[in-house]
Design a protein around this ligand. Structure first.
Ligand code: GDP
Length: 488
């Protein structure tokens, strides 16, 4: 992962070229977003989805594919916003990080500066007594690539990264597509056991049978083993990236599995049903004394406000509280922020900034809480109240429709009924109403009853006339405008 143009693609390409068996080189055209290299008799699988968005969106679905994150930083450029994002995404995922300081062949490269800057993100290189592995490389000149691969193996060993080759086959889908000839195809990384042609499996909420397995070079295989990236066919429909794939005995077992209550959880179909944390929920938890930690992704419009908000957040001193700002940056709330929040159960706080268009769609889909503020004390208030269990639920007004009063009737015992025409939307009994006269709001109230001819009705749609009676308000006149809405 890393900032654009820092050399991720180049690095992946040269490793691939230099590490495959000589005889194969000419014939290789990588078809899938992951590949395996051999180094000193051991295998390393590189997942070639260089953006951390892909990394985190798979994680947001509850799956963990990556064992080690390599973050590429160009030595002539330094730590950039996307580098910081990548660092924080990897940190939150809890995977070991290797920093590859790239482009050291360039005369203006300054690896020491990068190492120094990294300390600002709590990544202290080993040379300076820390535990972050930094390796200086040049992807272009192929400098230190062996050492780089060596480091990956070392980190794998130190962290005891292992899988069980003998347990039931399980994989995670990292990519999928619909192939004209082959049908639905999924790129799968095997996380446990092995997967063989003919095996029955469940993936997401569907059942299938492995029809074919190919490696990243298109070579047909009979089976795929631990950590191998392969393309599998036999899905009934196109699977989703992030779905898990389990080998099962047969269709009967699959059906049993589907019907089990814990299936959803097991398959971690999280995006749809994820219990996302919101300040309101936090408030509920606080009432029950269950709070532990609130993770926040903080975006602000300037360095100054970022610092100020961070300081104020860190100053909140309530018992039981721990605020953890897992990522902070200047700029609009982007989709990567949302994905990180979804993956880590964080909330996103914007100060003087709002979500980008894409992020706006995404946060609703992912059920992520996004809060935007312009005033620090309001932000701090909300969070403090949430921690104390006192946060009032946020009320949203939802516009329903608009009507024009065309006639006013006075009925004995009942009161004023406004004969109205629904101009747009609809109105429902019990809706809230704004009465507007000559452009001024003259009353805020509630719709008591609605009538069509002699009938009491519950709802009236636009284009129809109806009688509207408001609760405790008798002062309607012809040509008043009624705006209806509800509160949620
Ligand atoms: P990505 O956006 O991170 O995938 O970056 P690319 O791999 O596309 O590289 C961006 C540019 O940097 C390309 O022009 C590469 O040729 C160049 N580049 C990559 N690695 C090196 C390196 O080690 N040294 C030098 N001088 N240039 C490099």
């Amino acid at each position: 992962m890393g900032h654009v143009d820092h050399g991720k693609t180049t690095l992946l390409d040269v490793i691939r070229e230099t590490s495959v068996a000589v005889g194969e080189v000419g014939g290789i055209t990588q078809r899938i977003g992951a590949y395996q290299v051999n180094y000193k008799g051991r295998k390393i699988t590189f997942i070639d989805t260089p953006g951390h968005e892909a990394f985190t969106s798979i994680r947001a679905r509850g799956a963990r594919v990556t064992d080690i994150a390599v973050i590429v930083v160009a030595a002539d450029d330094g730590i950039m916003p996307q580098t910081v994002e990548a660092i924080n995404h990897a940190k939150d995922a809890g995977v070991p990080i290797i920093i590859a300081i790239n482009k050291i062949d360039l005369p203006n490269s300054n690896p020491d500066k990068i190492k120094k800057d990294l300390t600002g993100y709590n990544l202290v290189t080993e040379e300076w007594g820390g535990d972050t592995i930094c390796i200086e490389i040049s992807a272009k000149k192929k400098t230190n690539l062996d050492e780089f691969l060596e480091m990956i193996l070392l980190v794998a060993d130190l962290n005891e990264i292992r899988g069980n080759p003998n347990s039931e086959g399980t994989g995670i889908i990292i990519e999928s597509r619909l192939d004209k000839g082959l049908g639905p195809v999924g790129t799968v990384i095997i996380k446990r056991g092995k997967i063989k042609v003919g095996d029955s499996f469940v993936a997401g909420d569907s059942f299938g049978r492995v029809r074919s397995i190919r490696d990243e070079n298109g070579k047909k295989l009979e089976e795929a083993v631990l950590s191998q990236p392969v393309e599998i066919t036999g899905f009934p429909s196109v699977p989703k990236a992030g779905d898990k794939l389990f080998i099962v005995k047969n269709e009967k077992v699959a059906k049993e599995l589907f019907s089990r209550k814990d299936y959803e959880r097991k398959m971690m179909k999280v995006a749809d049903s994820r219990k996302s944390l919101t300040l309101e929920k936090l408030s509920e938890l606080a009432k029950e004394n269950e709070i532990k930690k609130l993770k926040i992704i903080l975006k602000a419009d300037s360095d100054g406000s970022l610092d100020a908000v961070e300081k104020s957040l860190n100053n909140i001193r309530e018992e039981k509280i721990k605020i953890d700002i897992i990522h902070k940056a200047i700029g609009a709330i982007n989709d990567s922020d949302i994905l990180l929040a979804a993956a880590s159960d964080a909330i996103v706080v914007g100060f003087g900034v709002v979500p980008t268009q894409k992020a706006d769609v995404l946060y609703k889909k992912e059920n992520v809480e996004v809060r935007t503020y312009d005033i620090i004390y309001k932000l701090i208030d909300d969070i403090t109240l949430a921690f104390k269990g006192l946060l009032e639920p946020e009320v949203k007004r939802i516009y329903k429709g608009k009507a024009e009063v065309r006639e006013v009737f006075k009925l004995p015992k009942v009161g004023i009924i406004a004969g109205s025409y629904i101009l747009e939307g609809e109105v429902e009994r019990g809706n809230l109403v704004n009465v507007i006269r000559d452009g001024k709001l003259i009353h805020e109230g509630k719709v008591a009853t609605l009538h069509r001819f002699k009938e009491d009705v519950k709802k009236v749609l636009s284009g129809y006339e109806c009688g509207v009676r408001l609760e405790g308000f008798q002062d309607l006149v012809k040509e008043d405008t009624l705006e209806f809405y509800e509160e949620k």
